[in-house]
Each structure stands twice: as C-alpha cells, then as structure tokens.
Design a protein. Structure first.
Length: 274
C-alpha cells in the first residue's frame, strides 16, 4: 500500500523556540505527515485543525519556503499495535492543546488506548551563525578546552533548574569541557554559559531524565594545531524565547564561534502532559 502523505500549510507562521526573530520571521510553514492505514477523513481534519493547517494540492508552491537547514518540532504518537504518526507543531505554545486534540482524534478513530505514548522531537536549526553573528564579526582562533599541561582534562559539572516544554521545572545535570580547574565554565564562553544555565542548584537528582534538553552546539576555532576546531554543547535552561535568543546571540558574537546549531527539547514521555 502506498504511503498516504498529508501535506498542509499552516495558517500562522512557524514560531521557533527563540521566537519570531532572525531566520524564521514571517515564513509560512509547509508541513506534512504520513497517515497510517485506516485514518479516516474526519480524523485527518481534526489533526489539521489542531495544528492550524490547510491541505495543499500536489505540486502547490509557496513563496519563501523554509530553509533546508530547518527541521520543525514534532509530536510522535506511537500505537500499541506498532507504527507511529509524527505531526509537526508550528507553535510550541500549542504543544499540549494540539497533542490532546490529536491523541483524542486518533483514539476515536482506532479505539480507546490505541495510542501507547507520545514523544516530543525538538526542532533543529543549522547555521544560525549566518543569522545571529553581528555584521563585521570575523571568526578567529582562541584557547582550546584541553588543559595546557597534564594528562587530565578538567570538566565543568553543575545541576540547573530546567524549564521543560510541558511548562514544568525539573533539575537537570550538565557536564561540559573546560580548560580551567575548580569547576568553572570554559572562560571564553563563560558569560554565555552562565546565561544559558541560570543559577546553579546545590545538587542534582542523581539519575537519568526523560528530557533531552534544548541546546546550542558550537564548533569553535582553537590555536591548537592538532585540534583546530572543537565542539561544545551548551544546554539552555530557560524556555522563554527571548532568553533562548539571547544565548544564541551571545554565542554567535563570540569570535571563536565558527558554526552554530540549535536543537530543541526532545522528551520521550511527553504523554505525561496530555
């Protein structure tokens, strides 16, 4: 049986985690999902209503399509008998209401309890350095995260109060490379890291989490000829768009930053909010 893709255009602009600033400002979002066998017209309509979507015709074009370096956030609905349905959600503020509506439509269609769990898959933006780096700023090499001497590399470990996309807060443990002993963040990015993490907690929960936090991933230039480019992952504790944007701008402004990517929060047990 051929795959039945439902293509749609959202009636409202896609809203990035960082808000309607920079790359995505004003673009009309075109998305699609693969309808499982047996998904009826009524349920398809309910899903489109939940995401604010209008179906498109084959080959229909739109002005200013989203960049190829962008992947939207999605809710993935896993069924008890196998298979899943993954639906893009244009606005993070609608995750819970849209999730409840889609889950309800699926269980009306396939039966109560047919949805086993719901996962959140975060958005991805590549090459944000092109958008957020200030005009006139040129990348330049700087310190490496490797210690200048010795065989042991220090790390920065801390617990933070993380605001998840379900609207609740929980402790998250963070660990990243640094070149300075004493449990301090990597000095060239210390200000941006502290903005990203907020006030540290006195301790953590000592266990894994269902949540893979939102984060920026930077490739930065170093003066180490053996390792001229390093990678660092910097989680962002705040879910507020202005704060997420502020962290990205600070990272892009740092002259050591070569490339900047952003990954939204993923949560394997988003069902608990629905």
């Amino acid at each position: 049986m051929a795959t039945n893709f439902i293509s749609f255009i959202a009636t409202e602009a896609y809203v990035p985690d960082r808000g309607l600033n920079g790359l995505a400002k004003g673009f009309t979002f075109k998305g699609r999902f693969s309808a499982p066998p047996g998904l009826n017209v009524t349920s398809i309509g309910a899903i489109l209503t939940a995401v604010g979507g209008v179906t498109t015709t084959p080959g229909q074009k739109q002005a200013c399509d989203a960049s190829a370096i962008f992947t939207p956030r999605r809710l993935q609905f896993a069924f008890t008998d196998g298979g899943s349905l993954s639906v893009p959600i244009p606005d993070k503020a609608d995750l819970i209401t849209a999730g409840k509506a889609i889950k309800g439509a699926l269980e009306t269609n396939f039966g109560s309890g047919s949805v086993a769990c719901v996962s959140l898959i975060g958005e991805h933006w590549g090459r944000l350095d092109e958008e957020l780096r200030p005009t006139g700023t040129t990348p330049a090499a700087g310190p490496d995260t490797r210690a200048a001497a010795g065989t042991k590399n220090p790390t920065y470990s801390v617990s933070v109060l993380y605001n998840n996309d379900g609207g609740k807060t929980a402790a998250q443990s963070v660990r990243m490379a640094t070149n300075t002993p004493g449990n301090v963040p990597f000095p060239p990015y210390a200000a941006a890291i502290q903005t990203a993490l907020g006030t540290p907690l006195p301790g953590g929960c000592g266990s894994a989490s269902n949540v893979n936090p939102r984060k920026y991933v930077i490739d930065f230039l170093t003066t180490d000829t053996d390792n001229p480019v390093r990678k660092m992952i910097i989680p962002v504790a705040s879910a507020t768009p202005a704060n997420i944007l502020a962290v990205g701008t600070a990272l892009a402004t740092n002259t050591q930053t070569l490339c900047l990517n952003y990954y939204g929060e993923s949560d394997g047990r988003f069902s608990r909010f629905l």
